[in-house]
Design a protein around this ligand. Structure first.
Ligand code: ZN
Length: 364
């Protein structure tokens, strides 16, 4: 009950890449860089295990950015002549590569880090990849001429890599779709279908992560414009509940998302964000347990997984580590606090019966 996991990314050590940045420059190149990436992956596996995280990830140590880490292995993309583009509905501008021809994978994208991680941990292993809609929103197109066609082309490549990751022994494959919170109509029209294409034929657990972004200034400013209640999830959760995706990861800690919206995800595992990545303040285990308690009103306890709101890539390493510990300690506290009664069918009536008959009631 209340397994713990993370949204995906973790800070890169200072000897691997510039700290505190979303698009950090690597500290080395060639073979030296490849060794450094794998050393950082091992380091974070150990740190996650020691902190008490149940479903661990590679911490995205081998990719510079969560979208472009995938794109670098795709043929048909021009990285030399990037163009400036407003992304996430023009929330911020980024220099993005351009699709110039038919898309094809050059080879395996995450094989090295996934097989290394699989060889070094017995815990459940999660690997994340960008979702098709978010990729399409982070790249310019001069070839396909149609967003949906482009998304489906990327979905086919994601599926190719996902099937290989499953063979590597990965337990959970998660697609990150921050764009789902921006283009809600498109999610229903084609976003979920593109995800279905990406998970086609997979037997491992599949997840989608939908958040309000990293704790960077552009996102903090954007959140100020969203009003007192953030209801974006309300528009897409009913469609996600009907989808074939197993798990939905979302933002709850310090957020204005009404938790009652979680009830719209009936039948899904819900990765409840109990750790805020937009602040350096480390949550107490009591706060984490309290957020879990609030979510339990709308999510059955067997379906609740405690998670971070989003990736921790741009954070301070020590702060991220302290937050991992708080996540695990908070989930442990929640197990003690809510494990016995919440969700136990008939608990209320059992108590009444015990009061009347004065006989011990066997716990379900
Ligand atoms: Zn996120």
């Amino acid at each position: 009950m209340f397994e713990t996991t993370i949204a995906g990314s973790l800070p890169k050590p200072f000897w691997l890449a510039e700290p505190g940045k979303l698009w950090p420059a690597w500290r080395a190149s060639g073979a030296e860089l490849e060794h450094a990436k794998l050393d950082a992956t091992l380091l974070w596996l150990k740190e996650q295990e020691d902190a008490g995280i149940d479903i661990v990830s590679d911490g995205e140590q081998s990719r510079q950015h969560f979208v472009h880490g995938f794109l670098e292995l795709v043929e048909g993309i021009d990285f030399e002549h990037k163009v400036k583009m407003g992304i996430r509905d023009h929330r911020y501008e980024a220099m993005v590569p351009v699709v110039t021809g038919p898309l094809r994978l050059k080879g395996r994208v995450h094989k090295i880090e996934s097989t290394l991680a699989r060889a070094h941990t017995r815990r459940k292993l999660k690997i994340t990849m960008p979702g098709p809609m978010t990729i399409v929103d982070t790249i310019a197109d001069r070839h396909y001429g149609d967003k949906v066609k482009l998304a489906m082309a990327f979905a086919a490549l994601l599926n190719e890599e996902a099937r290989a990751l499953e063979k590597d022994g990965v337990d959970v494959i998660q697609f990150d779709e921050p764009a789902f919170n921006v283009y809600m109509d498109d999610v229903k029209k084609w976003g979920i279908e593109a995800l279905h294409r990406a998970i086609e034929g997979l037997k491992c657990t599949t997840a989608v992560h939908i958040c309000y972004g990293y704790g960077i200034q552009a996102n903090i400013d954007w959140k100020q414009t969203l009003g007192k209640e953030w209801r974006q999830y309300e528009e897409i959760f009913p469609a996600l509940a009907k989808s074939r995706i197993d798990q939905v990861s979302l933002e709850c800690a310090n957020s204005k998302v009404p938790l009652s919206l979680l009830a719209l995800l009936k039948g899904k595992d819900v990765l409840v964000g109990v750790i805020d990545v937009a602040t350096e303040r480390v949550e107490t285990p009591q706060e984490v347990a309290a957020t879990i308690g609030r979510a339990l009103k709308y999510v059955p306890k067997a379906r609740l997984i405690a998670c971070t709101n989003c990736g921790m890539a741009p954070m301070d390493r020590e702060v991220a580590l302290a937050k991992l510990r708080a996540l695990a300690a908070g989930a442990a506290l929640a197990r003690k606090r809510y494990g016995e009664r919440v969700g136990a069918v008939g608990w209320g009536s059992a108590r009444i019966a015990r009061g009347r008959r004065k006989v011990p009631v066997r716990r379900q």
